[in-house]
Design a protein around this ligand. Sequence first.
Ligand code: TXA
Ligand code: MG
Length: 319
Amino acid sequence: MAVRPATPDAIMEAGRLLRSGHLVAFPTETVYGLGADATNGLAVAGIFEAKGRPRFNPLIVHVTDLAAAELIGEFGDIARRLASAFWPGPLTLVVGKRATAPISDLATAGLDTIAIRVPSHPVAKALIQAASCPIAAPSANRSGHVSATHAQHVAADLGDRVDMILDGGPAREGVESTILDVSGPVPRLLRPGAVTAEAIAGVLGDWPAPIEIAVSPEKPIAPGQLESHYAPRAQVRLEARDVRPGEALLAFGADLPAHSGPTMNLSPSGDLREAAANLFAALRSLDAAGVVAIAVMPIPGTGLGDAINDRLRRAAAPR
Ligand code: TXA
Ligand code: MG
């Protein structure tokens, strides 16, 4: 994998790589991000594969400005006011996902909300322009490792799991963006970060209400614990080798049990990356079809299979 100084040429090439489904690590003002085209499910699956994440967290989608953000998210008064005050910059806003947004369900982990941020780093800005697509990007580190603030750290951690690393020097802030959920009536701080709660409160005043601090340095919560998750309404039965009456089939591979009812195949060729890309959309479409129970064929526990099985186990857990 190539670490490339972030020259205009390298940025153009990185934009082409992103548009063709490849992964590019790039500097932002907070930490380095591991980017993929947010509209391309296979590319987004590649992020989870490269990070070795044992589960699918929803990702932050990076865009150039508020106008681009409004194409994928529903912005109310509070969201607009905060975007005007802090964008470009290290504030991530969680808003309702627009029904017409061409964002992969895997990027949002099947949620109805989407986390959006407009980075201020000149290389990040130029890269999103060059790619001309929204970029899904978690921090550019292996799962469980610390976030990378230098191109060389990204190279040491992710190696050739990434197609290009744009070197734009050290990330200035070194701490991730602040995440504020403005999808409900009261803004909720989900992750403290480079923009302080005081600065946010200063912009909002007490309108419509003081922000709710869901997490703070004094009330630490393990990463990931906060996330809400898409869960299908249907009952889910795992490791199914047959299909019982009334069940729909969530299949994997070519060798399906006998069944004539609703079927979604995560990957007829048995490809885990394709299965990951299709997972949330498949669950949603079975739900939309009104099925009451889903039989899920066994899925190998290697590579992305870990994260797929984690999601399915939680979908199957009694609620
Ligand atoms: O500074 C940053 O934000 C860096 C740079 C690369 O932009 N990115 C970053 O991404 O820290 P990541 O994936 O390490 O953290 C994203 C966080 C996760 O904790 C995830 O749960 C949360 O954002 N998140 C994403 N979408 C969400 C949603 N719809 N609702 C609630 N939380 C969400
Ligand atoms: Mg991270």
